[in-house]
Design a protein around this ligand. Structure first.
Ligand code: SF4
Length: 315
């Protein structure tokens, strides 16, 4: 897993590139220093890219007949046609890049995912909208897992996003290696507990889909599998989902693990349930026990034990 590097689109200012209207940046420490070493960034600045210059006059969104318009605060120039033309070209490029996720700068009239002020012609705020680039990007089906940097302030959201992008990247890598039944079975086997933790309904459909791949053929099976995987990864698991998954793991390892070790793990699971132990500590403990005992090899391969390589600062 350590060689997997998800390809992530990002607003360039978040990486420290001085592309904002005032010639400055919005460097985001977590993204640059913690996540950066583990991913391939695909930086983009819609306003600089659309030829608005650096520095440039700041812009705002104005309610229009067909769509919101991008207007200069000082000149009142309408930048919408230039921006939309550039967006059209860039989306083609981003489709070809096959991204695993995207992180956009919040509140920007170009990149903001939500809550961007939209004004009427009188200068009154009439709605909270989306930046023009963010709006267009979210309509592209092949671009998965779009977040704002604000949405990643919370460590549980970070965990969820990282699991999404690394799982997507592993799936992509598997597809590039050639789609054989044996490889699909191996991919599914190693991700079973992860998908169980995310969505039991999808999890129950995935196993039979893989087992009966001959009925649909490999291509259609992979297509259906990828759809279920995306659906499963949409909503983060709740505490009860993790408890259920860990109980499954306990059930499968109990014969190989001595009673005192099991008891210690059970206490750690209770501590996690009570909120006194972080999920990653529980996972680390599980991983250590699984790796140190003669359990089924299948258990040692579970991605659930280590869904991504990034060390998050859990408190
Ligand atoms: S928010 Fe988007 S448009 Fe604004 S400077 Fe950052 S990358 Fe460029």
């Amino acid at each position: 897993m350590s060689t997997i590097r998800p390809c992530v689109g990002i607003s360039a200012c978040l990486l420290g590139e001085p592309v904002r209207y005032d010639g400055r940046d919005k460097r985001h420490t977590f993204l640059v220093e913690t996540l950066g070493p583990h991913v391939e960034w695909c930086p983009i600045c819609p306003e600089a890219g659309a030829g608005m210059g650096i520095p440039r006059e700041p812009v705002f969104l104005r309610q229009g007949m067909q769509q919101n318009e991008m207007i200069g605060w000082e000149s009142h120039r309408d930048y919408t046609p230039a921006m939309m033309e550039w967006i059209e070209q860039q989306l083609e490029r981003w489709r070809a890049l096959s991204l695993d996720g995207v992180i956009l700068k919040s509140k920007s009239p170009s990149c903001g995912l939500a809550g961007v002020d939209v004004f009427d012609t009188e200068g009154e705020v009439v709605e909270a909208g989306r930046g023009l680039f963010a709006e267009a990007l979210c309509a592209v089906e092949s671009v998965p897992f779009v977040r704002s940097e604000k949405g990643l302030d919370d460590v549980e959201e970070q965990e969820h996003f990282l699991t999404q992008i690394f799982t997507h990247a592993r799936w992509k890598a598997w597809q590039e290696e050639g789609q054989t039944a044996a490889q699909l079975q191996a991919f599914h086997a190693s991700h079973k507990m992860l998908f169980l933790s995310y969505d039991q309904s999808c999890y129950r459909k995935m196993g039979p889909l893989v087992a009966q791949w001959k009925q649909r053929g490999m291509e259609q099976t992979c297509h259906a599998y990828a759809k279920l995987m995306s659906q499963a990864l949409m909503t983060p698991p709740q505490k009860g989902d993790h408890v259920n998954t860990v109980m499954h793991l306990f059930g499968m390892m109990k014969r190989a693990v001595p009673a005192p070790v099991r008891k210690r793990l059970e206490q750690q699971l209770r501590d996690y349930t009570d909120g006194t132990l972080a999920l990653y500590v529980l996972r680390e403990a599980l991983k250590e026990v699984i790796e140190g005992h003669d359990v089924m090899p299948w258990l040692k391969q579970q991605v659930y034990l280590s869904p991504h390589p990034v060390a998050l600062s859990w408190s």
